[in-house]
Ligand binder design. Structure first.
Ligand SMILES: NC(=O)c1ccc[n+]([C@@H]2O[C@H](COP(=O)([O-])OP(=O)(O)OC[C@H]3O[C@@H](n4cnc5c(N)ncnc54)[C@H](OP(=O)(O)O)[C@@H]3O)[C@@H](O)[C@H]2O)c1
Length: 236
């Protein structure tokens, strides 16, 4: 199951897992046509696709999502917590509601999904949980301090879950650097950010998908974060 799979990085992860032989549960929040198109592409690859909608900031939706995923496919072997809320929140403008939104989607939802899905993985003595983090978990940006804190919380949860899931289930994080630019960045911002990346280019969603495949293939890496950033974090 890939959360937030309809577009961007999640879409590439879902397609790559299908190419690797997985049937895929495509979770989406609001992107209905994109989720349906993706499901059709997965089916065309000869795999099964199940499309499930859920607002990840609503606990009842999370319970419904975890139950439907496990019931309809019988089991979930890989959970990729990819969906994310992302917006700036500078000191002076921080409100409890905005903080709650970021933490609900970026920290609490991945934890509650893992809590619901891990028991089945442990019973079957295999499974992978992969959380999409961010290079900012080590070096937060002040203008996105709440987003960075929500991803740092998910990094801490990744390590706790790895201990709770051992010995047969592995839980890891992936820290993307600049992979796909978000709306709102102008050309000068993009030039400035690209100049700071030793690889001198942004990454591609395939770079993240390849990291997901690697973490699905190894049983001896757990509680780690794999940084995929073209060297950005060593150049800080
Ligand atoms: N893009 C980058 O360069 C970059 C850099 C560092 C880290 N990352 C991390 O990598 C992951 C993928 O990045 P991305 O840029 O592809 O993600 P994104 O486009 O910002 O978000 C992915 C999806 O999350 C879903 N989502 C957000 N809020 C939701 C909610 N309340 N309920 C249900 N779904 C919700 C949305 O689904 P719908 O469209 O269906 O509503 C959205 O399409 C994220 O965890 C991100 O933090 C990305």
């Amino acid at each position: 199951m890939v959360t937030g799979a309809a577009k961007r990085i999640g879409r590439e992860v879902a397609l790559t897992l299908a190419r690797e032989g997985c049937d895929v549960i495509v979770h989406y929040g609001t992107s209905v046509p994109e989720a349906q198109t993706l499901a059709a592409e997965i089916t065309a690859l000869g795999r099964e696709a199940l499309v499930l909608q859920a607002h990840l900031d609503r606990p009842a939706d999370l319970r419904r999502l975890a139950a439907a995923a496990q019931k309809q496919f019988g089991r979930v072997d890989v959970l990729v917590n990819n969906a994310s809320a992302f917006f700036p929140l500078e000191l002076g403008n921080i409100t409890p509601k905005a903080m709650q939104q970021l933490f609900a989607v970026n920290s609490v939802a991945p934890l509650l999904l893992a809590q619901a899905i891990l028991p089945g993985m442990k019973r079957r003595r295999c499974g992978k949980i992969i959380n999409l983090l961010d290079i900012s978990v080590e070096r937060p940006w002040p203008s996105y301090m709440a987003y960075c804190a929500s991803k740092a919380a998910l990094w801490s949860l990744t390590q706790s879950l790895a201990l709770a899931a051992a010995p047969h289930v592995q839980v890891n994080g992936i820290c993307p650097g600049a992979i796909l630019w978000h709306k709102g960045l102008n050309k000068a911002d993009i030039r400035r950010q690209t100049a700071r990346i030793p690889a001198k280019r942004r990454g591609e969603p395939q770079d993240i998908a390849a990291a997901v495949v690697y973490l699905c293939q190894t049983d001896y890496v757990t509680g780690q974060k794999l940084v995929v950033d073209g060297g950005r974090s060593v150049a800080w």
